[in-house]
Design a protein around this ligand. Structure first.
Ligand code: C2E
Ligand code: CA
Ligand code: CA
Length: 861
């Protein structure tokens, strides 16, 4: 098959060739038709020219003939020829007196025997031999004929002469007899000079008329014209090149004209040919190529479809299967004959095929939009398998739908894996959100659920939180073992599950703490009733290994119905209520009401004021003196924090310490107090008062604060001893490593350690030995109770015993009366502290106390 390019080339070649052919044939036609006319025209032209020349020659010869005739009868000549006179002088004179034509060159005279007698030269040149001979033979002829004759001297036969010599001979008559002959020689100019371009158009020659036949001019076109009555003719021979030249010129012009004339029709023909032949042809070629490509593509696609792993179906618009690939047979389990003409839905779908997926497919088929679904198919009616199915509509070239194509793959394995993964994931998720022991939702689950309900846009029903804390649950664990504890927790969980219904959520948030989130109806009354029910049920005895376990519970309730706090604050509000329930003696339900809210707000206000107080430096160290039990000398002071409030006066630690601790501001506060106290001691020194010892109350966390030691190290005094009072309760728990380390460090720096409120807690001897304190401070409740309580006395005694065995000092706190002082002194306390001697004093008062005290100030050495 030729390509478009070569067809184009051939087309334009044909157009070119036909143009050339048309041109050539037109030129030939012009040539053939015009040639005879040309020849004729030329002949006519030559003829008329020849006649003109002949007339001119005649015009030359005619006077010469007349003159020759006249002169031949001249008497002087006759006299001379007859012999009357001996000389021709008379004749010569006659000639000289006659006006001769220019062309006459000579006169020759012959006697009756043809012998030349004389001649007369007119021009300069003498006659040639040829002329002489011709003149003699002519004179002989004239002598015989007595006629006047004219002869041409053919001295240049075959050549084209420029000039020809004509002889006119007339008989010299005397009494009717020819006595001699007069020959006149005439030179006739023929102007046969060749043209400058070397092309001679015509050759003119004068010939003797009867001689013409003998002249071989070699030219058929030669023209002979008689010259007057001279008996001579003028021969015109044509130059054949002329015809050629004329012909060529004509043909060239004809070709030019014809080609100009043909250009337009051929141009139009070419353009039309291009439009009507080439272009449609190109279109056809293009569509043929496209068709071939499509066929190739189709056959490739068919091959791919046949080899595909996926099942491929083609159906008509009524979903009857018209084509399927081998994979479809393999996956569906049907044979080709079973498949043909069936619809996929009857063939493949069954009871467990998701109706939603079916509906989705139907909708897509109707709207001719592509769809992908995952659904259950049936292999041989019985065996279920999962497929991922994509269906798209097939459209013809005009965009009209004519069928559907469905591609599906067996995804049963993936579905199985997904199901397994889902099971595992949901198990893990469940674990992450539930308490392992009781199976109740855990804190994380609660947080998520609670947050959802807080965020919910529609908050029509009230939301309530019931905080539950088991009372003395630790005792159960401690006395009856963890299994019993677990049993109690599971029992409480069961109760909570029993009493909560609907969307309400029971939660174990940790240890012995539970929450019930009331979602359905969280009004305060409902929450309170539910809490009372739970309290009642929880209080019921539980049997464990033949023993009875009894636990109580404290409840804090907060409901959004009260509109006291934001929903998100409900948990904190319930916490505050729970705190109050515990404070009020446990085993009861407290709802977060207006009073409780006021308290919380009060605490919040306090917190704010503390923050401002710290900023303004309103916290001051007060000093409570300590005296030697024996000598009653002042042996030191304990630093006690006071808040010198601008409005409320001097406030005790009970009104701010707990809140400051909750706000984590205790460290800052302690630091501030310590810095001021150290400054005060320096001031005392400057005033010459040397304090033996100063004690600071510190929390365990403050002990580990590196700033503490830095501040102490920077102190300007060295004579006053520094001591830290740590609550006994610090040692109750497992002692953190860092505490040992810090205490060692303090001791290295020469600081002493006192255990505060000793006797209130349960510090073991072992832990005491590890701490190796310098002083034990007996809890003031024991001191104050001692006069009236034997138990207190015994306790004090035993504490003193411990101190003695550890070889350390004992301070009695809360010495309010002389009785207390004496008693403690007697019992063996080393140092006494209490209102009996002095309450905590501001710095200025301390100064005067130190200087005025009766017992004096112990020497710092
Ligand atoms: P504490 O360390 O046991 O201090 C002794 C408390 O008993 C002081 O109460 C003191 O004023 C009071 N007191 C002293 N003698 C008597 C007495 O004869 N009778 C009675 N009824 N009370 C007496 P205060 O100053 O209210 O301090 C209470 C607690 O606050 C202190 O108990 C101490 O644990 C803590 N505290 C005081 N100041 C600071 C401080 O700057 N930092 C730290 N972390 N805690 C401090
Ligand atoms: Ca203390
Ligand atoms: Ca104390």
């Amino acid at each position: 098959m030729r390509n478009i390019g070569s067809i184009n080339r051939v087309f334009w070649l044909l157009i070119g060739c036909s143009f050339a052919l048309a041109l050539a044939t037109s030129a030939a036609a012009v040539w053939i038709t015009s040639k005879p006319f040309l020849v004729e025209t030329q002949r006519q032209a030559v003829l008329s020219q020849a006649q003109r020349v002949a007339a001119r020659v005649d015009a030359i010869l005619d006077p010469s003939e007349s003159l020759t005739g006249f002169l031949s009868s001249e008497p002087t000549l006759v006299s001379y020829i007859v012999g009357y006179v001996m000389s021709d002088d008379g004749f010569v004179d006659r000639i000289e007196n006659t006006t001769l034509p220019d062309d006459i060159s000579e006169f020759l005279i012959f006697d009756f025997s043809g012998t030349p007698l004389s001649f007369h030269v007119v021009g300069q040149h003498s006659q040639s031999l040829d002329t002489m001979q011709a003149a003699r033979s002519l004179s002989l002829e004239v002598l015989t004929t007595n006629e006047m004759m004219t002869r041409v001297v053919q001295s240049h036969v075959g050549k084209i002469p420029d000039e020809q010599t004509i002889l006119i001979a007339a008989p010299i008559l005397h009494r009717g007899f020819a006595e001699g002959v007069l020959v006149t020689v005439v030179d006739v100019p023929l102007n046969n000079t060749p043209k400058a371009d070397g092309m001679v158009t015509l050759g003119k020659r004068i010939v003797q008329s009867p001689d013409v036949a003998h002249l071989n001019t070699g030219d058929d076109n030669a023209i002979l014209v008689p010259i007057g009555s001279t008996g001579l003719s003028l021969l015109f021979t044509s130059e054949s090149n002329l015809f050629k030249a004329i012909g060529q010129e004509m043909v060239t012009k004809a070709i030019l004209a014809v080609s100009a004339a043909l250009l337009l029709p051929f141009g139009v023909f070419g353009w039309l040919g291009k439009q009507t032949i080439l272009r449609p042809h190109a279109e056809v070629q293009r569509s043929r190529n496209k068709l071939r490509e499509q066929q190739k593509e189709l056959s490739e696609l068919a091959a791919i479809a046949r080899k595909a792993e996926e099942a491929i179906l083609i159906t008509d618009l009524d979903t009857h299967i018209v084509w399927h690939n081998p994979a479809f047979e393999r996956i569906s389990g049907y044979t080709a004959s079973q498949i043909k003409g069936q619809t996929p839905s009857t063939l493949l779908q069954g009871a467990n095929t998701d109706p939603k997926a079916r509906a989705k497919i139907r909708a897509a088929l109707i709207s001719h939009t592509p769809v992908t679904v995952e659904l259950i198919n049936y292999r041989n009616v019985t065996e279920e398998y999962w497929v991922r199915l994509s269906i798209s509509t097939l459209f013809d070239d005009l965009g009209k739908p004519y069928g559907y194509m469905a591609i599906s793959s067996d995804i049963s394995d993936r579905k199985r894996d997904e199901a397994n993964l889902l099971a595992t994931t949901s198990a893990m998720e469940w674990q992450a959100l539930h308490d392992e022991l009781t199976g109740l939702p855990n804190r994380r689950c609660f947080n998520v659920t609670f947050e959802e309900h807080c965020r919910a846009e529609e908050q029509t029903s009230a939301l309530a939180i019931i905080r539950i804390d088991l009372d003395h649950f630790k005792n159960v664990n401690d006395t009856m073992g963890h299994e019993a504890g677990d049993l109690v927790l599971c029992e409480v969980a069961r109760i909570l599950r029993d009493v909560t219904a609907g969307k309400n959520v029971p939660v174990r948030i940790g240890g012995d703490e539970f929450i019930v989130l009331l979602v359905d109806d969280g009004s305060l009354q409902v929450a309170q009733d539910l809490a009372e029910t739970i309290l009642h049920k929880v209080s019921q005895p539980i049997e464990y290994e033949g023993k009875i376990i009894r636990v109580g519970a404290s409840f804090g309730i907060a409901s959004s119905e009260c509109m006291l706090v934001e929903r998100r604050e409900l948990v904190r509000a319930a916490d505050a209520a729970l705190y109050l329930a515990k404070e009020r003696g446990r085993n009861q339900v407290v709802a977060y009401g207006t009073d409780e809210h006021r308290k919380v707000i009060g605490v919040r206000d306090t917190a704010e004021q503390i923050r401002c107080g710290i900023e303004r430096g309103e916290f001051e160290p007060f000093y409570q003196p300590q005296v030697d039990a024996q000598s009653r000398e002042i042996v030191g002071v304990e630093v006690l924090a006071r808040w010198v409030h601008p409005d409320r006066g001097v406030l005790l630690p009970s009104s701010f310490l707990r809140v400051a601790d909750q706000l984590s501001m205790l460290g800052t506060l302690d630091k501030m107090i310590m810095e001021k106290a150290l400054q005060d001691v320096s001031t005392l020194e400057e005033r010459g008062v040397h304090l033996p010892k100063i004690s600071f109350n510190v929390t365990a966390s403050r002990l580990s604060d590196p700033d503490l030691l830095v501040a102490i190290d920077k102190r300007e005094f060295r004579k006053t001893a520094v001591s830290f009072e740590i609550l006994e309760s610090v040692f109750l728990d497992d002692q953190p490593e860092f505490l040992d380390f810090t205490l060692d460090l303090l001791r290295e720096k020469g600081l002493s350690i006192e255990i505060d409120d000793f006797g209130s807690g349960h510090a073991s001897m072992i832990s005491l030995m590890r701490v190796r304190p310098d002083v034990l401070k007996i809890d003031q409740r024991l001191v104050m109770g001692a006069p009236d309580s034997r138990v207190c006395q015994n306790m004090v005694r035993s504490i003193i015993g411990i101190a003695e065995s550890l070889e350390i000092k004992v301070t009695a706190e809360g010495v309010e009366t002389r009785q207390h002082a004496d008693m403690m002194q007697r019992m063996g306390c080393t140092i006494l502290q209490g209102f009996h001697f002095s309450e905590a004093l501001p710095f200025d008062d301390l100064h005067s106390f130190l200087t005025t005290h009766q017992g004096g100030l112990r020497n710092t050495g």
